[in-house]
Design a protein around this ligand. Structure first.
Ligand code: ADP
Ligand code: MG
Length: 159
């Protein structure tokens, strides 16, 4: 069965804080992991993914994949590549499979911006990450781990 674990929330006053939490999470990730990012335009999804890429040790620069829909960042250190997707203009997950990326998602870490309601079918085990923005520009990141993959992951150290 699918285990939905306790969500973790963390307060991110600056873009550097958002990148830093991404970096710490990136260092814990492995091939086949799926992250689904939600949050309004400007919430910090791409900023977070930049830190994640650093933590994973992939080739940058990481910029918004809005126009290309998906970009593959190969690992510098021999670990998994980062597949960075903007699902805003995708109709369904099948279109994601059809993108014909030159990497297998099982061998990469996949991050899908605007992926809620679409990317869940890619993997039962996933992290759902929601970024919200308060009037003072402070962001709050809430991470909801789903599935056995995350049962013993040290995610609490991120908060
Ligand atoms: P999204 O991908 O969600 O549309 P971006 O990461 O592209 O958002 O943009 C977020 C913008 O907000 C950046 O210009 C960033 O510098 C700014 N910003 C201000 N405060 C924060 C914060 N605490 N975390 C992330 N971004 C922030
Ligand atoms: Mg973005």
């Amino acid at each position: 069965h699918l285990r939905r674990l306790l969500p973790i929330s963390t307060r991110l006053p600056t873009p550097e804080d958002t990148q830093a939490v991404g970096r710490r999470l990136g260092a814990q990730l492995r091939a086949g992991d799926l992250l689904i990012l939600t949050g309004d335009l400007g919430a910090g999804k791409t900023t977070f993914t930049q830190g994640l890429g650093e933590g994973l040790g992939v080739r940058g620069p990481i910029t918004s994949p809005t126009f290309v829909i998906a970009r593959v960042h190969p690992s510098v250190a021999g670990g998994p590549a980062l597949v960075h997707v903007d699902a805003y203009r995708l109709g369904d997950a099948a279109e994601l499979d059809d993108l014909d990326l030159d990497t297998d998602l099982d061998e990469a870490v996949t991050v899908v911006e605007w992926g809620a309601g679409l990317a869940e079918t890619l993997s039962a085990d996933r992290l759902e990450l929601a970024l919200t923005r308060a009037a003072d520009d402070v962001r709050t990141l809430t991470i909801t781990p789903i599935g056995a993959r995350w049962a013993d992951a040290p995610l609490a150290t991120l908060g």
